[in-house]
Ligand binder design. Structure first.
Ligand code: ADP
Ligand code: MG
Length: 696
């Protein structure tokens, strides 16, 4: 494989400098290696030829066989296009080209059989295809059974670079490179019965039959995942073997007083279990790196507080870092109120903290008199120095970059124990891939007495009823969130609808004070408005998704989400988690346009059927792919997934994990001669990742 990395794409037969440039800018393909790793996303079987009369709805790209009846050029100059009338005997459609008109007109014939491949669309009431791929049914490729469809861009398509072109390039390249060198360890290949690399790469581009294609895809998906798992396990083992952590054997005054006197309620079983898991880490003598997953409202804060108190009992300091000032403030208030009777000092440090106070805090952290600090990114600024930071809790980790975590770590020679808390439920296969180097705890039980939030999907004509029900809740003393999408905070239109919404809400609920926050406000104003709502003075909060993470107002019982069709499942779930925090019945109302796509409707209906964050996360992944979470992974690890779909390939993740264990058990440093090619390949994949490896 390495040799292919050294071949510039422009020297691959049939590519040349012009197309090479396009391939690079459009798809990031620079070398022959990149080319053979640009895999088809799906395949069409030559045997299934559609009939134009059966075209229907929103179809994927399909294949039709027929003849052109006429060709016409329409328009002039740059706007000129070629329109062919194409019939397959069942019906006719238009075939339209905007580019390359002259060449196509010269080369295409009427009354000759062609096979077209493209996406049928309806234009002016007629079926049409634009820039389909065209083949002569007699050509060698057309005769082959299964053909890959490659992910392409519109620009490539209009330059007539289609899937067929990719197949031809790959064919030519692989013909001149007999025998790609195997990369996986032979023991792994043998024990799992995987196809050799050379066979797999050929088969994925030019499948001889379906069974070989499936075996090729399995082998290549396995390979992608295997690198990740080996890398993670190796680092995990290294950390467990070598990384020293502050031993924290004592559970003393701070913890015990808190447990006995300050705890306002009994811990849930899940909370107790997680605290136990943390304590086991803390006496192990190794550095803790633990992720606590727990749905919104599951009570993660309490777990964090107890972990911090153990650090204090062992003579060390603890910090809790939150992604926004609002959240940091809220944590600070909750925690300092909880800890007041235990006599533990807590301070708050954020960007807007005044200089005099900031200096006091810095001094306290440096001389060790300040035990617990809550804050924002301000905590990892260079002038913050701890005397002995023993425990770092990071709330809502996905907002913090890996590099930021690494800086926190760098504050002491022995790194603090790290506890990462996330309310984004991550399906198991993903957790294994994204957080494979962290230990995972799950809080999977809500505090007692919570009633499930009643969720309803409503459309514009029902708005009046929604307002009536809301009014009743307000009269009963409850508070209400109304959330608008402001996906891009710069979008003028969104801002206008938010402002209009605010006016309407004020007009409708005149007797109640309405707070208003969005991301473009100054932080001080934002805090002021949030405070109005948190204190109960304002009974309604009109907001954008700034409230998504973490605010806690137990008296709020209604969450209205406007344009709910524009939110993803996980985001809806996070928003809904803002209510249902008290003992009373809460409601979440999803307001939507009427004419929405069927999968959007499915998404919204799922929300009305379950409140289980893991079910929703799993469904979100099935519907949209791993999305954000995979994005997090790709920015954090050196590996990219081309073929694997984490949503559906869970079994292969497990297979890779198991095989990685076996391999590392027998050859921990990958020094055996048999494993040398694999080791070289693994290292070639690992880009510079100094920051990443430091936190693991
Ligand atoms: P999370 O951070 O996981 O979203 P919080 O820690 O903010 O959740 O807790 C949500 C609410 O539940 C808070 O009001 C908290 O006081 C309450 N809570 C936490 N644990 C318990 C418990 N064991 N019993 C009753 N209420 C609890
Ligand atoms: Mg929280």
């Amino acid at each position: 494989m390495n040799s292919l990395r050294r071949i510039d794409i422009k020297y691959v037969k049939g590519v040349g400098p012009k197309r090479a440039e396009l391939l690079e800018t459009q798809l990031g393909i620079r070398t022959a290696y990149d080319l053979v790793h640009h895999f088809p996303t799906h395949y069409i079987d030559r045997s299934s030829v559609y009939r134009i009369k059966d075209f229907d709805g929103d179809m994927p790209a399909v294949q039709v066989r027929g003849r052109f009846v006429t060709f016409n050029t329409v328009g002039e100059g740059a706007k000129m296009r070629l329109v062919g009338l194409f019939s397959d005997g069942t019906k006719a459609m238009d075939v339209v080209w905007f580019k390359g008109v002259a060449t196509l007109k010269r080369n295409l014939l009427t009354d000759t059989e062609y096979v077209l491949f493209g996406k049928p669309t309806v234009f002016n009431g007629r079926w049409q295809m634009t820039h389909p791929e065209i083949e002569n049914p007699g050509s060698a490729l057309a005769a082959s059974g299964i053909r890959g469809i490659y992910p392409l861009t519109e620009t490539l398509r209009t330059r007539n670079i289609g899937s067929r072109q990719f197949q031809l390039w790959n064919q030519a390249l692989l013909e001149s490179h007999a025998g790609l060198r195997e990369t996986l360890p032979p023991s792994v290949l043998r024990s799992l019965g995987l196809l050799p690399l050379d066979t797999a790469i050929r088969a994925i581009h030019c499948p001889p039959d379906n069974a070989t294609l499936q075996a090729a895809r399995l082998r290549l998906k396995f390979e992608e995942l295997f690198y990740i798992q080996v890398d993670m396990l190796r680092r995990n083992r290294k950390r467990k073997g070598a990384s020293v952590g502050h031993p924290m054997p004592r559970v003393g005054d701070a913890f015990n007083t808190f447990y006995a006197k300050c705890l306002p309620f009994e811990l849930t079983g899940a909370q107790k279990r997680v605290v136990k898991e943390i304590r086991a880490d803390l006496v192990s003598g190794r550095q803790m790196n633990r992720l606590v997953q727990g749905d919104v409202g599951s009570g993660k804060t309490l777990v964090a507080v107890m972990a911090m108190l153990i650090a204090v009992d062992n003579g060390m300091q603890a910090c809790l870092m939150a992604p926004t000032e609002i959240l940091a403030t809220q944590h600070y208030e909750t925690i300092s109120a909880m800890l007041a009777p235990a006599g533990v000092s807590v301070r708050l440090l954020k960007g807007s903290t005044r200089a005099s106070e900031r200096k006091e805090i810095h001094d306290g952290l440096r001389d060790g008199s300040l035990k617990i600090i809550v804050g924002t990114h301000a905590l990892i600024e260079d002038d913050v120095q701890f005397r002995n930071l023993g425990m770092a809790v990071i709330d809502e980790q996905h907002r913090f970059g890996v590099a930021q975590r690494a800086r926190l770590w760098a504050k002491n020679t022995i790194g603090p124990h790290v506890l990462v808390m996330t309310a984004t439920p991550i399906p198991r296969t993903l957790a294994m891939t994204v957080y494979g180097d962290l230990d995972v705890s799950v809080i999977d039980e809500p505090p007692p007495g919570r009633k499930p939030i009643a969720t309803m999907l409503r459309y514009e004509p029902q708005r009046l009823q929604v307002y009536k029900a809301t009014y009743a809740q307000l009269r009963a003393g409850r508070q209400v969130y109304i959330v608008y999408p402001l996906i891009d905070e710069n979008e003028k239109l969104d801002l206008r609808s938010l402002n209009e919404g605010y006016d309407i809400v004020r007009d409708t609920f005149r007797e109640f004070k309405v707070a208003f926050v969005h991301g473009r406000m100054k932080p001080a104003e934002k805090d002021h408005q949030m405070e109005l709502f948190a204190s109960g003075e304002a009974r309604i909060l009109v907001a954008t998704t700034v409230i998504e993470v973490g605010v806690n107002v137990p008296n709020a019982s209604v969450m209205i989400i406007e344009n709910a069709e524009r939110f993803g499942l996980s985001q809806l779930h996070q928003l809904r988690g803002r209510v249902g925090r008290g003992a009373d019945q809460s409601y979440c109302i999803l307001m939507s346009r009427h004419n929405i796509a069927s999968d959007t409707r499915k998404r919204l209906e799922l929300m009305t059927q379950t409140t289980d964050g893991f079910v929703i996360a799993e469904a979100d992944m099935q519907m949209r792919g791993p999305g954000d979470i995979e994005g997090t992974m790709q920015s954090g690890t050196p590996f990219e997934l081309h073929l694997t779909n984490l949503a559906t390939d869970g079994a292969i993740v497990q297979m890779a994990r198991d095989a990685a264990q076996v391999l590392l058990d027998s050859d921990p440093e990958l020094t055996q001669a048999d494993n040398a090619p694999f080791r070289r390949e693994l290292e070639a994949c690992i880009k510079r990742t100094a920051d990443w490896s430091r936190i693991s």
